[in-house]
Design a protein around this ligand. Structure first.
Ligand SMILES: [Zn+2]
Length: 249
């Protein structure tokens, strides 16, 4: 057993322990957290600073790593989205390098598990060798009825490239998925499929759902997105789509 102490130890649960001690076996598995004095001092390796359990990055887009610094800040979500969509193709050979650098940066900063959203399989290779544990969420989006089946098929094809135990298909966002997509997807995926949806990231999203107003309408027009059948719901977005996940049919 190895013992590590630091000025402060943060256990997974409970209060921080001043001069706490972490016991770790040869495989790096934490076997216990102790108060100072509970472990023989001579066995302990001392560190300055804090010992903290691995961080979780619950929402990442690793495949957009090459866009770091490209998108201006504080422009609001619809402008952010159109910039990402329009600029994401400008990468030439830098994409893989940027993905590798981002993976490394996360690990070096203590991130040990990541929920990562994808629209392609470009991150599959790095995920196989990275020390980080990834769960890959393959996004699907479609606002028109005729696109739905094709988009789900494409998502399944992309998912095939990732570790099947740690990947799933997810609706992208309430505003980018029609009701028909939500209904069809529910039938197309297994019951234990984990989703991670971009939910109410801006006030504009609720304006769209409640009143069919706001910046999202300009965004859809600019992006040539047809909002087939979209009507004001008199409810916010989560109230509109959640029934597709909680009601038994
Ligand atoms: Zn996202």
């Amino acid at each position: 057993m190895n013992y590590y102490a630091a000025d402060v130890v943060f256990p997974v649960a409970g209060l921080a322990i001043k001069k706490g001690v972490v016991a770790m076996d040869e495989d790096g598995v934490v076997k216990g957290v102790f108060n100072p004095g509970e472990i023989d001092e001579t066995l302990i390796e001392q560190f300055k600073g804090a010992l903290i359990p691995g961080f979780i990055n619950a929402h990442c887009h690793l495949e957009l790593s090459h866009m770091l610094g490209v998108v201006p800040r504080r422009t609001g979500l619809p402008i952010f989205l159109s910039t990402v969509i329009n600029e994401r193709g400008n990468h030439e050979m830098k994409l893989e390098e940027a993905i590798e650098a981002a993976d490394k940066l996360m690990y070096e900063n203590g991130i040990q598990a990541v929920g990562d959203h994808v629209n392609s399989a470009v991150t599959a290779k790095i995920k196989e060798t990275s020390p980080i544990k990834y769960h890959t969420f393959v996004e699907v989006m479609a606002t028109t009825k005729e696109d739905v089946v094709t988009r789900i098929d494409i998502a399944k094809e992309i998912e095939f490239h990732f570790d099947y135990k740690h990947s799933s298909i997810t609706p992208h966002a309430p505003y980018s998925c029609s009701k028909f997509l939500f209904k069809t997807l529910k039938r197309a995926i297994s019951e234990d499929n984990i989703i991670s949806i971009h939910n109410q990231e801006s006030d504009e999203e609720n304006k769209l759902f409640r009143y069919k107003e706001g910046e999202f309408l300009d965004f859809f027009e600019k992006m040539d997105v047809v909002m087939e059948d979209f009507r004001a719901q008199a409810r916010n977005s989560i109230q509109s789509y959640l029934p597709y996940y909680t009601c038994q049919e």
